[in-house]
Design a protein around this ligand. Structure first.
Ligand SMILES: [Zn+2]
Ligand SMILES: [Zn+2]
Length: 99
């Protein structure tokens, strides 16, 4: 009688996001078990999609920053608004200490 060497077998799972079938290979299963990961519920594509979504605020437009010279310590800082000419601006640290 043949003894089954690998305890894992390729499994077909259904992605909860796109409802497509995807293969959870024996190799992946082994990897997931050793890493103590949960069984994936999403296909690779959807996992990558979700990862990218959580990766950063790519959707919100980048605010333009203006470089200013601090009127107190002379250090450089950036502000999210256009500095008014002639107005004294402070870097974050000095701004805090003044307030
Ligand atoms: Zn999917
Ligand atoms: Zn300063």
């Amino acid at each position: 009688m043949m003894v089954e060497k690998t305890e894992f077998q390729d499994k077909t799972l259904i992605c909860r996001d796109c409802s497509k079938e995807f293969l959870f290979t024996a190799r992946d299963q082994e990897f997931f078990v050793t890493k103590k990961f949960h069984t994936p519920t999403r296909c690779k594509e959807c996992r990558i999609k979700r990862k990218n979504m959580n990766a950063g605020p790519n959707l919100s437009p980048q605010r333009e920053l203006y470089e200013i010279t601090c009127g107190k310590c002379g250090g450089k800082d950036k502000v999210p608004f256009k500095p008014v000419e002639g107005r004294v601006l402070y870097c974050k640290a000095c701004y805090k200490s003044i307030k």
